[in-house]
Design a protein around this ligand. Sequence first.
Ligand SMILES: [Ca+2]
Ligand SMILES: [Ca+2]
Length: 576
Amino acid sequence: IFLCGTDNNPHYSSSPHHWDQRMILLAFLVTFVACNPPPLPLDDIVIEKTFTPDRCDRMVKSGDFVRYHYIGMFPDGKKFDSSYDRSTTYNVFVGQKQLIAGMDKALVGMCVNERWMIKIPPQLAYGKDGHGDNIPADSILHFDVLMLDIWNTEDKVQIKTYHKPESCGRTVQVSDYIRYHYNGTLLDGTLFDSSHTRMRTYDTYVGIGWLIAGMDQGLLEMCVGEKRIITLPPFLGYGENGDGSDIPAQASLVFDVVLLDLHNPKDEITVEVQSLPDHCPRKSVVGDFMRYHYNGSLLDGTFFDSSYSRNRTYDTYIGKGYVIAGMDQGLLGVCIGEHRRIVIPPHLAYGEEGTGTKIPGSAVLVFVVHIIDFHNPSDTVEITSVKPENCSNNTKRGDFVKYHYNATLMDGTYIGSTCTYDVVLGAGQVVIGMEQGLIGMCVGEKRKLVIPPHLAYGERGVDGEVPGSAVLVFDVELVDLEEGLPEGYMFVWNSDVTPNLFSEMDKNKDAQVDATEFSDYIFQQVKEGKGRLAPGFDPQRIIENMYDNQDRNKDGRITEDEFKLKADEAAAHDEL
Ligand SMILES: [Ca+2]
Ligand SMILES: [Ca+2]
């Protein structure tokens, strides 16, 4: 094969001095003369490489099938045939005598997108007979050929992975359902389709005939996040008919694919425990109310939602259908404080439709959750106690107690503490759970109380301090205990009551007891140890109440009649 051209001229890259440029010009002229007009007659084909692409993945071999465009001309430039005029490439096997001998020979070694001017002597073309009306005997033929496609019947799907994610736990298997983006091009780079321009992934089953055969094979073993180029010959694509106006007959196809999502309709949720707390007294069950934080993303890592961004937990009953089915399952059996990753296939999430703008149809969802707390509406206060050696005289309702406490949420978030806190047990001064947790304690005893929200601050919590539905942990220590009065009593006598109570109270002997006489008298009894006021309340208020109670007609005085009348009523409380 005689090759000529200017691209390999050794003078071309020499220094730019004036003298050298003249030399180059001379070299051009020599080349020009050598190639055009061509030497006559030709002994063999002559190839001028008009354009050679930078990349050449494969070169035509004898036996390959090719698609190319050409313009057939005589040496004087007169056109006798052109594939462009027919708007379709010329498709043919090379080296199988389907072409004139010169073309069978010339096309070997061509790359896709390469353009050659091929000159063929008559003995390798139509010889002495010529061809039809167009080609006279002994014609030298020139073909301006642009190679577009090369494949071989022996070809298989070619896969070239150019990006693989660091972790690749699962790969595409037959009958999986996947979502991917792709650019589809012909072998010469012509784009025929792209999911990117539609801004929608292509969603399909793999390996069961939903796709062209080459893609059914080429997508297998791919992992989410992987990028690969899948090249397939037409018999694994759209064959001799092509597809619509964009994919010509007998076209090799090149798909540049990135896999975004992968699941199998038979999948259940996948749970991966990332960290467990040291202490896990119980695991969540159906019907628990849970507070948790989460980050939600698609399988390719695209973030769609987070409770952290709202700065509040997601709160829900679990196992009851309040959340997507996969989440209902994934939140069962967790410990408070646990971190777990829950992967949910679409049929247990938002299905083929997806939801909102961020969760596409058929999307696998990944939730990384942190369980803050959970409780059951039937939970009681959980008490863990450390008693001192000498532990008698336990607290009961009505007792006035002093205690230290430190309060946190289950995840350790500080809520509050105090040096001493005083309450009368059973008087509704603290939340019910605390009342219950403080019963039966002795001075010096320490307790850890876990109080569910329905026995603490409920669904509403305390603005800015306690989140709604929060389980609280109190570390308490009882530091003092003053025994209360029997239930319902605010004042009791320690000894027998004097029979002359009214006259002892009526200090100025005007036959009526006023508020001051009454108050002075009661305080005197308490001081002398003859009577006792309920601890933990304002004594003045107690005495005022007692006085009001005795003053039946509310005239601000107690007469002896009023006094007796009241004393006669049995089983009444808070009276003398
Ligand atoms: Ca008086
Ligand atoms: Ca009165």
